[in-house]
Design a protein around this ligand. Sequence first.
Ligand code: XBP
Ligand code: MG
Length: 262
Amino acid sequence: MMGIEVAQLEALLFDVDGTLADTERDGHRVAFNRAFADAGLDWEWTPEIYGDLLAVTGGKERIRHFLEKYQPPFEPPADLDAFIADLHAAKTEHYKRLMADPGLPLRPGVERLLREAREAGLRLAIATTTTPANVTALLRNSLDPQAEQWFEVIAAGDIVPAKKPAPDIYQWAMERMDISPDHCLAFEDSGNGVASARDAGLKSVLVTVNDYTRGHDFSDATIVLDQLGEPGQPAKVLAGPPLVNGQVDLPALRAIHDHAWG
Ligand code: XBP
Ligand code: MG
């Protein structure tokens, strides 16, 4: 029987929160709490409550979910959508300030791999649920002042009608790149993210877990790691093919992509 022709790996599509950096507990969660305090709301999203709320992607959607699930004593205003939108805009301003001061480091191996991939001519894109301004703030402060230019497409937030786990954001990014999912590999950290990439047709999905997502279902991922690895700080493979030299570099990515087709 003819073997399946393995499609050439041409593009890397990156999730942001939890993947490029551990932004949720000390970034987004803190920004939400500061916006709530500014608005005179005594809502406190502890790390535990926030971990539960992360099941819902999108900050505005998450606030609405919090009201429905936790039902804090709160008299909803006539225009709840506008109230949530204003609260979320305030949160985004807090998040941008946090990305500048004290800032958040990229996860191990992220900058190394991005630089390697750029030098090798791989196409780079972002596919995230977060607000575009948050992506800009993280890239400029934690990677390079010009880092937005590294990415051919930055697909983020409300640009699509349905957020992860819906496939929309990955589909939107690949349409603009005019590229087939067969030539792409996605980097994710969560079950919602893997479902989104999978349903957008990507066969190659690499997961780096974090404290919030370690227990998620990653059965549709090609490989699950604790991190991308740095020299002297090898990555641990939690599921999937072995890493030859302990870190995700370009040869490893090509092997992972081929493995997804195996
Ligand atoms: C993570 C999300 C976002 C962030 C908060 O996105 O679901 O909602 O938690 O950012 P991803 P916003 O993992 O896809 O990067 O408040 O701007 O939504
Ligand atoms: Mg994520």
